[in-house]
Design a protein around this ligand. Structure first.
Ligand code: HEC
Ligand code: HEC
Ligand code: HEC
Ligand code: HEC
Ligand code: HEC
Ligand code: HEC
Ligand code: HEC
Ligand code: HEC
Ligand code: HEC
Length: 387
């Protein structure tokens, strides 16, 4: 009888399994040994940082690019303190095209184009951040032809960047928070100038207070979205409320944490809140926090010049939407106050009156009904006994 042909004879099958087995073993070993981050493989002949720095630490070294001059001195001490040196990243891990001197020709004609060519190297090791930036106002501005929109190296100098997040916590360090507005200021100086004089900005820039928002608390970092959309506007009360309803932050400054609930209870706020929940993309004509308080220029409410506790300053804000409003107009509004004997006493006492009046009337009626029933029962019993 003929045996059906086998694809592999037994001894061959054995060898085959051995090869697969050893292959799998080696693969697992390599996967276990190599770190998760794409760390550069060690090369025997890889030029050392010392080799590059021997020339590059020389002061006054530069290179002509087109009509511009690019300084090429690298401070070895600053580089040594950088997170990349700390992590043993070599010059040539980023400058992959350079291994010797003279260096290959630089083909670009401007320093900006030089940066644009080199910054893509960040992607090799920081893919998450790179992906996020692809969906940002900066990338969109760039795609529309604005080559000055921020790229990685505008906000992070690869040679001097120190650690931003705690190695254990993964959270942004306080020192890093302090530097953020300065990074954005390179290109958004008008906004920065307003911010630094605001109640939030002075606290950060003059008192090193990190309880206050920096640019990225409101805008995000790598995937900054347009702040002029309806969705962003409708989300601002939530943005401010993150801190302004938190007693752990606000008690220190004696600032009320009821600014959101009083705002939502208000006719303006309740409408915005409903809108946000039901039609997040629909524009609202009611004011959000920033319409009264400002945005980058928020000041203390009792600021002697611009504070909105001052009737005329507040009136100017109301008049943007209520053009006919006169001096007494803001008085018709409860502001953030829950009614109290000193604030809005009329509303307070009317509320108080109802608080006692209604229970008193209802309670009195109930008492009357109960005693009446009792009286009737007692009377019936008495009548029964007499029969
Ligand atoms: C023998 C000295 C010398 C050594 C070694 C050297 N460089 Fe340079 N490098 C220069 C000089 C000088 C310039 C500027 C003018 C030029 O290119 O001739 C320069 C320019 C550069 C530039 C600017 C743009 C460009 O490509 O020209 C980069 C980036 C650079 N070097 C990186 C490195 C790296 C990385 C190493 C180590 C692998 C290194 N260099 C080693 C002397 C040196
Ligand atoms: C983490 C990546 C990274 C490392 C590590 C790195 N570089 Fe750079 N380097 C860059 C990028 C990106 C640029 C372009 C900078 C820009 O756009 O401003 C650059 C620019 C340069 C320039 C041009 C001048 C300048 O400052 O823009 C020189 C010179 C240079 N690097 C040398 C070095 C040397 C020498 C080392 C090692 C001691 C090194 N680099 C390490 C990424 C790196
Ligand atoms: C060869 C790999 C490699 C390249 C290329 C690289 N980095 Fe890094 N970078 C690292 C490692 C490793 C760390 C250590 C912290 C970590 O785990 O992210 C780091 C840390 C950082 C940090 C601080 C992160 C923190 O949490 O504190 C920043 C910011 C940063 N890199 C920016 C850049 C930029 C911008 C570029 C491109 C110019 C770049 N890196 C290119 C490997 C690299
Ligand atoms: C507009 C400025 C800006 C640009 C552009 C930018 N970053 Fe950042 N980046 C920051 C700020 C500010 C932080 C600190 C915020 C934080 O850690 O939450 C940060 C944090 C980081 C961190 C630390 C970990 C993290 O995600 O918080 C890494 C790594 C990093 N950036 C890499 C990059 C890379 C790579 C690019 C380019 C693809 C890039 N950044 C572009 C401003 C920028
Ligand atoms: C290298 C320059 C540069 C840096 C640094 C930079 N930006 Fe920008 N940014 C731009 C450009 C260019 C645009 C697009 C043009 C515009 O709308 O102003 C833009 C747009 C924006 C917009 C959208 C503006 C609008 O009207 O839609 C916001 C928000 C923004 N940036 C926030 C930030 C923040 C926050 C930082 C710091 C973490 C920062 N930017 C750092 C250049 C920069
Ligand atoms: C407390 C929250 C908050 C902080 C902090 C903040 N922003 Fe804004 N930003 C906003 C809001 C809200 C808008 C939308 C303005 C509008 O409705 O037109 C805005 C608008 C912008 C715009 C576009 C419109 C314009 O005025 O040019 C830019 C650019 C911008 N911010 C950059 C920054 C920068 C840079 C910083 C830090 C110096 C910063 N922002 C800090 C909330 C904030
Ligand atoms: C219609 C205008 C208006 C809107 C909208 C508004 N506020 Fe106010 N806010 C005021 C006025 C006026 C004051 C000062 C007088 C007062 O205390 O009522 C004030 C006071 C404050 C104070 C200081 C409280 C204190 O204890 O000193 C904070 C903080 C505040 N508002 C935050 C917010 C936040 C957050 C929102 C949005 C959720 C918001 N405001 C919405 C007008 C407004
Ligand atoms: C990251 C937390 C944080 C966010 C987000 C934030 N604030 Fe503040 N805000 C603070 C802190 C902290 C102070 C107190 C600063 C001080 O007095 O030194 C403050 C102070 C204020 C004051 C001054 C109150 C007074 O009269 O003393 C107003 C008004 C205010 N914020 C409004 C807003 C508005 C409106 C938003 C949203 C657009 C907002 N804040 C977002 C933390 C925050
Ligand atoms: C961003 C625009 C905007 C701002 C700023 C604004 N309001 Fe209004 N307000 C409205 C809209 C819209 C209505 C609803 C009108 C309607 O549907 O009858 C309204 C309604 C009112 C009403 C109810 C009575 C009426 O006229 O319908 C009062 C009272 C009022 N606002 C007071 C104020 C006060 C006080 C301020 C300043 C502290 C202010 N508003 C600021 C948009 C605004």
């Amino acid at each position: 009888m003929r045996q059906p042909p086998k694809l592999l004879h037994p001894p061959q099958r054995w060898t085959f399994s051995m090869v697969i087995g050893i292959g799998l073993f080696l693969f697992t070993l390599i996967a276990l040994v190599s770190p998760a981050q794409a760390a550069p493989a060690y090369q025997e002949d890889k030029p050392s940082n010392d080799f590059c720095l021997a020339c590059h630490q020389e002061k006054g070294l530069d290179k002509s690019i087109g009509k511009e001059t690019l300084p090429v001195t690298i401070n070895p001490i600053e580089f040594g303190l950088s997170v990349h040196a700390e992590e043993n990243i070599a010059c040539v891990d980023c400058h992959t095209n350079i291994s010797d001197y003279p260096h290959p020709d630089v083909k670009v004609k401007t320093i900006r184009d030089f940066s644009l060519e080199l910054y893509t190297s960040c992607k090799e090791c920081h893919e998450d951040q790179y992906e996020l930036t692809q969906d940002s106002v900066h990338q969109r501005a760039f795609d529309e032809g604005n080559i000055n929109a921020a790229i990685c190296t505008d906000c992070h100098n690869p040679h001097t960047q120190t650690r931003l997040t705690g190695q254990q916590s993964g959270e942004l360090t306080p020192a890093a928070r302090l530097h953020i507005p300065g990074a954005c200021a390179q290109c958004h100086s008008t906004v920065y100038d307003q911010y630094k004089d605001s109640v939030h900005g002075t606290a950060l820039t003059e008192e090193n207070n990190v309880d206050v928002p920096t640019c990225i608390d409101c805008h995000g970092v790598h995937n900054i979205q347009s702040p002029t959309t309806v969705t962003f506007r409708n989300s601002t009360p939530g943005l401010c409320a993150k801190c302004h309803t938190d007693p752990d932050i606000m008690d220190k400054y004696g600032i009320s944490t009821h600014v959101l609930d009083t705002y939502v209870a208000d006719f303006h706020g309740s409408t915005v809140k409903l809108f946000e929940e039901q039609y997040p993309d629909q524009p609202t004509n009611k004011p959000v926090c920033t319409d009264c308080h400002g945005i980058h220029d928020i000041v203390k409410v009792n600021d002697p010049e611009a504070g909105i506790a001052l009737r005329e300053n507040l009136l100017a804000k109301c008049q943007r939407c209520h053009p006919d409003a006169t001096a007494n107009f803001p008085g018709a509004w409860m502001s953030h106050y829950a009614a109290s004997p000193t604030e809005n006493p009329l509303v307070y006492y009317v509320n108080l009156f109802y608080k006692f009046f209604i229970p008193a009337v209802l309670g009195g009626m109930t008492l009357f009904v109960i005693t009446d029933i009792y009286r009737r029962i007692v009377n019936r019993r008495k009548e029964g006994k007499h029969k």
